[in-house]
Design a protein around this ligand. Structure first.
Ligand code: HEC
Length: 202
């Protein structure tokens, strides 16, 4: 009986103790869970932060890349524009040079045509008919042994000289009055035509 009572007390005591132990164990477990929870929350937060930072950095990098691409494109467009402008300028220059060359050729052709016309200058030839007795039919005779040879002189020079004889202001070999008699009756048109004719005599 005594033994049973002791056993019972021991059992109760054990139960009580173990109950106490269970309680503290439970609390321990609870705080461990809390700590674990905390740790998990922190880890998740940290991971979240890292992810956010990574996203931000990626965004920034993308923005920078876009900017760089934009700049490169702008620069390329600018360079293309400049190259096009330079090409246009060169083409313009070439066109101008070509135009100048064509103009020059046209001028030469016009002069040649004029010469040819002067060669067949009937009016000038008709006027010259009364000059040949002294200057020769080819204009290469020194009139009365005194004048210059008139064939081939520049038409403008001959025209000027004839106008001066007509006005009585030219007298090279003392025969200016004689030539005034020759040039006097000629109209400006006659003088121009005969000057061109004489100039064409080669
Ligand atoms: C009777 C002869 C005679 C006749 C005709 C004559 N000339 Fe002359 N010509 C002369 C003499 C002489 C001179 C030099 C005059 C002088 O002293 O400036 C001269 C000078 C000229 C000169 C200047 C030459 C020079 O370079 O200095 C021209 C141009 C000229 N004659 C054109 C003509 C023309 C054009 C005609 C016809 C419309 C003509 N002559 C008819 C005798 C003549």
């Amino acid at each position: 009986m005594k033994k049973i009572v002791i056993l019972s007390i021991t059992t109760i005591a054990m139960l009580t103790f173990s109950g106490c132990g269970d309680k503290s164990k439970e609390e321990g477990a609870k705080s461990a869970v809390e700590v674990a929870k905390d740790a998990t929350t922190k880890t998740v937060d940290a991971a979240k932060n890292v992810a956010k930072t990574a996203v931000d950095k990626t965004k920034e990098a993308a923005a920078a890349t876009t900017e760089a691409v934009k700049e490169t494109a702008t620069k390329a467009a600018e360079a293309t524009k400049e190259a096009a402008a330079a090409t246009a300028e060169k083409a313009k220059d070439a066109a101008a040079t070509a135009t100048e060359a064509v103009k020059e050729k046209a001028k030469e052709a016009a002069t040649a045509t004029k010469d040819a016309v002067a060669g067949g200058n009937d009016k000038g030839k008709a006027v010259f008919a009364k000059c040949v007795s002294c200057h020769g039919s080819d204009g290469k005779t020194k009139a009365l042994g005194k004048s210059e040879i008139i064939a081939g002189q520049a038409a403008a020079d001959i025209e000027k000289k004839l106008q001066e004889y007509k006005a009585g202001t030219r007298n090279v070999a003392g025969m200016g009055m004689l030539m005034k008699g020759q040039a006097g009756p000629l109209s400006d048109e006659d003088i121009k035509a005969v000057a061109e004719y004489i100039s064409s005599l080669k």
